[in-house]
Design a protein around this ligand. Structure first.
Ligand SMILES: [Zn+2]
Length: 99
């Protein structure tokens, strides 16, 4: 991730932190927010500023499609791993019963 040239200062007076949005409206779009955000001990301010330009409707559709594909593949891999674990357990039990 390249560093932005100008880092805005949030309402607390700290340099803002660059985050990435994963909302359906702005997938992958980066924004500046309070660096205390996500830190349970400190209360973040409401500073918010987009870093990336808005996504074109086409880019949004493409990105959402890709994200969906990644999710599907991840789920398939998880299922596959579960199946293999089950096979190993069954084979182990069968071997154990034969002895
Ligand atoms: Zn702040």
């Amino acid at each position: 991730m390249e560093m932005p040239e100008v880092i805005p200062i949030c309402y607390c007076g700290n340099p803002a932190k660059l985050n990435m949005s994963w909302s359906n409206d702005n997938p992958g779009r980066r924004f500046f927010g309070c660096k205390k955000f996500g830190n349970g001990f400190q209360k973040p301010c409401r500073f918010f500023s987009w870093f990336d330009p808005p996504l074109t409707p086409h880019a949004r559709v493409v990105l959402l499609g890709l994200m969906k594909k990644v999710k599907t593949l991840e789920n398939a891999r998880k299922r596959e791993r579960r199946t293999w674990c089950l096979v190993v357990v069954i084979v182990t039990v069968l071997l154990f019963l034969k002895l």
